[in-house]
Design a protein around this ligand. Structure first.
Ligand code: PGA
Length: 250
């Protein structure tokens, strides 16, 4: 009932030329993909030259962040209005790198989320605990507060345009993947949180992606878990021939 969503997160990688070459290659590889939604988040500056390349393909482009205002005196920020006008329909929000290095908080993520949705930009909303939080058994407490505060004043209707990405920080870019059981446990808890905040339908229909060292070798086992509906892939998305294997996990 939940269509798998496989998303790439390029982070701050690739020049315009490299990105164009990637997409020209990748779109050929995705031509026969069915029943999987494909999203590729690139640095916001790369999106404009890519919009025309993905037209008519099954690849959705995504920003990596958007601001909470439509426009104004916010030097260096990206507007959801501009993204939508360009033909970009997704953004990642609340990635742990933004939370850890750029002072992003649950409150600012929530404000950005409202503005993205208001402008018709769907959101991949990232959450996850640090290694010390996991070791202190605070994982569920952490994701509960991230979800509760990050989704403040979000309605049941708005949840249709939000996917949650559970990314344990200790598994991002480290080569250490959460075991499929560890991931499944947290994903099941996330559905309980969604049930208590919204209702059972939202809990069952919201896609919950796993992120953190996902690669061709482990995607199948992760995707076999009941509550894992997709992946947010950093390092292993940077080469089309690697990312396509993750997209074609079945
Ligand atoms: P990784 O990154 O796949 O390189 O661990 C995932 C992410 O940060 O979204």
């Amino acid at each position: 009932m939940r269509t798998p969503l496989i998303a790439a997160n390029f982070k701050m990688n690739k020049t315009v030329t490299e990105a164009i070459n990637y997409f020209n290659e990748f779109k050929k590889l995705t031509a026969d993909v069915k029943d999987v939604e494909i999203v590729v988040a690139t640095p916001n500056i790369l999106l404009y030259p890519l919009v025309n390349i993905v037209k008519g393909t099954n690849i959705n482009l995504s920003a990596e962040n958007v601001h909470w205002a439509d426009n104004g005196a916010f030097t260096g920020e990206t507007s959801a209005v501009t993204l939508k006008n360009m033909g970009v329909n997704y953004t990642v929000l609340g990635h742990s790198e933004r939370r850890q290095m750029f002072c992003e908080t649950n409150e600012t993520v929530n404000k950005r989320l409202h503005n993205a949705l208001k402008n018709g930009v769907k959101v991949i909303f990232c959450i996850g605990e640090t290694l010390s939080e996991r070791e202190e058994n605070k994982t569920i407490q952490k994701v509960t507060s991230q979800i509760t505060e990050g989704l403040k004043d979000i309605t049941i209707e708005m949840m249709k345009d939000i996917a949650i990405a559970y990314e344990p920080i200790w598994a991002i870019g480290t080569g250490v993947t959460a075991s499929s059981q560890q991931a499944q446990e947290v994903h099941a808890e996330i559905r309980k949180i969604l049930n208590s905040l919204f209702n059972e339908e939202v809990a069952q229909s919201t896609r919950v992606l796993y992120g953190g060292s996902v690669k061709p070798a482990n995607v199948k086992e992760l995707m076999a878990q009941d509550d894992i509906d997709g992946a947010l892939v950093g390092g292993a998305s940077l080469k089309p021939e690697s990312f396509i294997q993750i997209v074609k996990f079945k």
